[in-house]
Structures are given as structure tokens and as C-alpha cells.
Design a protein. Sequence first.
Length: 862
Amino acid sequence: MTRRSLAKFLGAALLFSIGLVSASSAQEQGAAAASQPGGAAPTYESSSLAGAAPGANAVQKSAEGKRMGLIGRFVGDQRGAWVSPGHVRFSDMDWLVPLGGVAAGLFVADRQFSKHLSQSPTTLSHYKTLSNVGAAALIGAGAGMWLLSYPKHNEHWRETGFLAGEAALNSLVAVESLKYSLRRERPFQGDGGGHFFQSGGTSFPSEHAAAAWSVAGVIAHEYPGTLTKFLAYGLASAVSYSRVRSRQHFPSDALIGSVLGDLVAQQIYRRHHDPELGGGEWRSIGEIVRGDGERNPANQGSPYVSLDSWIYPALDRLAALGVIDSGFGGMRPWTRSECARLLGEAGEKMDEEGAGGAEAEKIFRLLATEFHDEVEGPPGAGNFRGRVESVYARVAGISGKPLTDGYHFGQTIINDYSRPYQEGVNSADGFSAWTSSGRWVGYVRGEYQHAPSAPTLPATAGQFIASADGLPSASPFTTVSGVDRFRMLDAYVGLNFENWQVTFGQQSLWWGPGAGGPMMFSDNAEPVNMFRVNRVSPFKLPSFLKFLGPVRMEFFIGQLDGHRFVNTASSTVGSWAVPLNPQPFTNGEKVSFRPSPNLEVGLTYGTIFGGVGVPATARTFVQSLLDTGELPGGHSLSIRRTGLDFTYRIPKMRKWLTLYGDGFAEDQIIFFIDQTAKPLPFGYPDRAAWRAGIYVSRLPGLPKLDFRVEGVYTDNPNTGEDGSISHGYYYRAGRYLNGFTNNGILLGSWIGRQGQGAQAWSNYWFSPRNRIQLNFRHQKVSQEFIPGGGTLTDLGVRGDYWLGSVGISAWVQHERWLFPVIQPNVSRNVTAAVQVSFEPQKLFTHSLTDAKETTSGVGGRP
């Protein structure tokens, strides 16, 4: 069976499941309409079997007054279930697509996941028994309530037991129909691949899961207390989990079975429940997602602002001038909605306190124009917006040999999305656009890139790379091929639920303060293809944790590219000609909080796991987080790093002076203190690599002039002393021999694996977007890492000028570098670049809403 055919069958099963939700929602709306004058509502009369409890064992009548016996009721329920896909609405995409994505992801991982479960007969038997006992307990609870309702004369028990049995029966009919139609093999059948349309296959979906969730759903809503829901759904979850661990079903079987059971129970409950007996309301997923039809920013999809946008320096200046206190500069990018929220905060402070001065007022007004739609825009549920954000063309000429390998030596151009460059003429021509509709958001940024060919590094440098990385051989290539390609940069789709934005696609991260490049994740390399969950706007923790102040959180898991060598249990695998397949995965978690308006603190944790030799499964993912497991021969299954960053506005100088820093440690918890460390009890922080900086938002008498300076090092003073930090230690990745890179470019700081460096910038702002900048960068690489060491010094000037929607940026940089392992003499190069940008704004902006006028949200300002 082809994957396309299989996808159709799985889609049909999923569509059947989600259709039940829409059908249930439609039934409730129909019932509400029927209760109005002129509506025709079904009526009930007592059956001889059930006594006088309306709804529970009642015989339902049609609108024409005809009796509907139990068989007729069952047929009606089945008909409602099977025609339910016809009730699906476009608005159901808000939850349908994520559910489908989870199901598809489980389907892809089914075989590998089940393959790595324990196959011990004792373990399998225990889990199989647990699933049988759990399902029997739930069904027995429903049956017991129905039987005991007669001597106890408890009509609520009677309805609960009857509806639980009715839901279980209806779900089993649907599940068995799918099982014997799709005929999927169980994990222990055939080659364990879970193939469909095989003789004897009865794996998809899980009937145990369906029955358990059917009964649990009815009980949890007939008695909607927290404890009841916890016990009912907890036991149902245990049944589903046990069916997977007993290797009776794949994870996708259990998921679809559970969803089917719960949705059938919802349909039965909403069709036949008698509200007079008690119980709670059962809102469908669609109703919960749609809410009351009004969309506030917390439930409106919003694109992220590109990391190289002028918006970040503008908001940074407002924060440094004291009119923004709740921004999280160490977690970027920000969504447009979050930028608008920060702008609203600035407007209120400037109105109420007169803070910021004339320069802040100019910045504010330009940002208010940029975010007019977000601030003034209506929150209607039908809101559709689209915008061609930018179109640009850039050409850069480089005279002299540049450096392009920051992982080993240095980079002439840094923090530039890994755009290719070599000596000669280089170019990048691109566009960006986004659209949002309700909770949905989509963004795309792509460009055509050109770079000329060039000779490879000399043999001495190639041999050093092979030795430093533990590669089996040096690169055999003598030429770096020219580049002519179209490349997607940031390109993703996402959903926003109560300020939790879930996105999938290629995305950039900037996890740290300042402008030089964070230690953990920056835009030095091209964006990683990832699944990402981001709390895009801050919230406050409850109870005793309130002292932490506003909090933001972010999580992602993605797959790297361009890795060519890896250590397995027995050997080094890979080649220079072909990248590894599969490529390793990376994940990261970051939590930032503001215990005071002037202090921001962030904690970061990241890993690399999976790839050749270690399949990427839920188990290996958890092992990577917990630092457990290793391959034969001593290689760790994964590599971990932790980070700490802070931003602090200096007391009595906080409106013009900000101090910040960030650091990371390899395979250690950076903020743990080792009391046994000598000579001072300061263990792990002193084994970390650090970057620190100072930002002066304005100089005395020169409000348009700012200044920033940063220092950074990975050449730790403790390197080599006790063997815990070896030469070239940072940004290595254990068994992943190409390190913490994506397509060969460092994901973290430009400083590299063992270097010291400094950067400085000074901008004179003619307007919030127009400026002239002087910049300086110096890097020194340790000779204990590279034979002879190395130095690099850049001095440059940049200008940005915007006239309406058209902008011109130009910059010139002179560079001097010396790496004896590459060439014995000093090398110099000059880079000159010009970029023309066009931001269409209103010309190609489309907004379609039916919402009413709203008042300004920016402190009452225009």
C-alpha cells in the first residue's frame, strides 16, 4: 500500500473523529433553536425497561411525535456519527490541523517507537493485564451504577450507567468497523511495521482505548468534579498507555481510539443527557477554540518580527529610556502583537509620567505607524490580514580573501543567516510576506543567493580540522563550489491559543541580550526547521512564585542539517561527499522572568540527540533531557548545554545605562555552585563561557548618540588544568563531530571554540530609522587550540536611510586577519555592500473584517 493511499485512509478516520465534534456542536445549536417559539424539539416518554427517568432510558420521539425505540435511538446515533464529517467547518481548522499533525507524527514514529519498547514476556503480560483491568473497571463502574440505581432509586446513577454503556457500544461499533476495514498489523505481527490491509490485522484503532474513553467521558461529565475527572480520565489514559506498552497497539492506534471514544461519548451525552438530573455542560473542542466569536490579541495569530528588523533597536532604545519595563530582550524574535503591547505600555508611561523626552516621542510615533493595524485593528473572529512585508536586493563585493569558517577560525561576516560569501561579487535578493486569519498565522521569507567559487583551505588547515574534530580524514575537495540557489529563511505556519503560539517550519532564535550574538542561539547560522511552542506575551506565576514577576517560556525541537560525521557504538560514520541520514535533532527550553522592572533573568537548556546510531524517539529525547544512557564504548547518547543571561538597568542611571551578559556551560548546570571547588567554592560558572556588555542609550548633551560595547570569551582560564575543559572544548557536541552547527555554521556566538573578543558600536540617529554607525570587532584565537593561534580585526562604517517605503543601506568593512595555519602572512580584505529595500505597507496590505470600531490601545495616542 502506498503512503498516499494510507494517508487517505488515515485522513478519513481522523475526519470521522473530528466530525463528531461538529455534529455534536450542531446538535446543541439545534436544541437551543428548538427551545425557541416555533422550534420542534424531540420529546421523551418513559419506557417499560427504564422506569420514569427522562432521557436516560427514555424512548425518544421524533419531531412528528413518532416513538423511537432503543434500536431506533442506536441507529440515529450511528447515523449521526457516520455523517458527522459533513458538519466540519473551516473554523475547525484551528484544532483539526494540530490534531492531524500529532496523529501524523505518531504514525511516522510508530515503528521505531514500538521497536524500542521492552519485549520481555513478563513486562508485556503485566501491561496487557493492566489494560484489561482498567477497561473492565471503567465499564464495571458504569454497569454497577445502572444496576444499583434501582434499589437506591437514584435516577442520576441510572442515566450515568446507561449512557456510559450506550457510548461504549457506539464507539466499539465505529472502531470495529474501522479495524476490519483498514486491517493494520499489530506491532508483534509481520516485520513490526504496522502495515495496513493485511490478513489478520486488527490494530487500528484501539478498541480498549475507545471503550475506556467513552465510559470515562460520560462519568466525568455526569459528575464534573475535579477528582472524578482526574480518576476517570487518568484510568482511561492508563488503559491507552498500557495498550502501547504491551505492544498490542501502536501509539497512533491508541490516540485515534481515545479520540474516537471521547467524541462518541460527547455525542451520546449531548443527545440524551437530562440536565434536570444534574451533570455538567460538555462543550465541544470547536466551541472551546472558537470561544464567543470575539478574538483578542491573546487568540490572534501574529507573525514574528525578523531579527534584522529596525523595530528591535527602536524598542531597545525605548526600554533604555525607561518607558518600557516588561520587554524580554533575551527572548527574540517577538510577535507583532507583542511589539504592539510594548508600544502601548510606552504610550501610557509617556502620557502619565511624561517619561522618555523628545527622542522617545519620535521613536514612539514611528512605531505607532508601523503597528497601527495591531493597535487599532478590530478583534473580530473573521479577521483576515495579509501583507507583503519587504522586497530587497543586496550586492556585496569582497576584495581579498575572507574567512568563512567560524567553528574553527573566524568569519568575515557574522550574524547574517549563514548567507554564502567569497571573494568577488555576492548577492542576495529576496522578499518576505505574512498572513493571519483568526488564530492562524503564516510567514515566508525567501531569497536568491549568489556567491562565487573559491579555493579550499590549504592542506595544513584541512589536517588541523580533521585532528581537532576527530575526523577520519581531511576534506578531499580543492574548490569551494559557487552558489546560485533559492533559499527559504524563516518560513512557518502557526496557531495562537491564549498567548501560547505554536509554530512549525524554519525559524530563527536569538536567546540572549545585546547585539553581538548570544552564546546559545543566534542568527549566525541559517534558521533551523523546528516545532516551537512560545509564550509570546508574559504572564505571572501564582502564589508564592509571584515574586519572580512577569514570566515568559519557550520550547522547541528541530532537526539540524549539514552534519557529515558521527561516532557510533563501534566506529566513526560519515563522508565528506554525502551528509548523514538521518541528521541529528536539537531542542531547547528557555524561561525568563523579571523580578523587578530593571532586572531580567533567563535560564536556558538545550540538547543534541538522535541521528545515525541513535534513533530519535520519545525515549531518546527524554534521555537527552535527563542525561541518561550511553553507547557501548562510552559515547554519550546526547550532548547538553545550559545557559544563563541577565539584563540590568543600573540604579540612578537606569534611563541611559544598561548592563547585560550571558554564558553557557557544556554538559554542566551553569548556575550550580560546587562547594568543593578550589581555591573558591565557585564550580560550574567558572567552567562556562561568557559574554558581557554595556549599552548607553544616550550620551550627555548628545541624545541622538548611543554606544554599546561587549566582551566575550570561550578561551576559559581553566582550560587544560584538570582535564575537564580541553582545548576547543566549547561548541563541540560529543559524538556529533561537526559540533553545534547548522550546515557548517555556528549556531551560537561568532567567537568560536577557544577565543577572546570584543565588539563596539556607536550610532548617531538622525531619525528612529536613519542612522550612521561606526563598528569595531576583534577576535583572538588561542594558539593552544590552533597551531600558531590567530587574530581578526574589523573596522567598519554603516549608513541606513529611509525615504517613505524605500530604504538604502550601505556599509564598508576593512578586515585584517592572521592565522598561520592558513597562511603565514597577514591577510587583508575590504567588504563593500549596498542594499535597497522596499516595504509596500498599504500598497499590498489586505485586511478583511466585519468588526466594529475600537478605541486606541496606545495610551490614547494616534
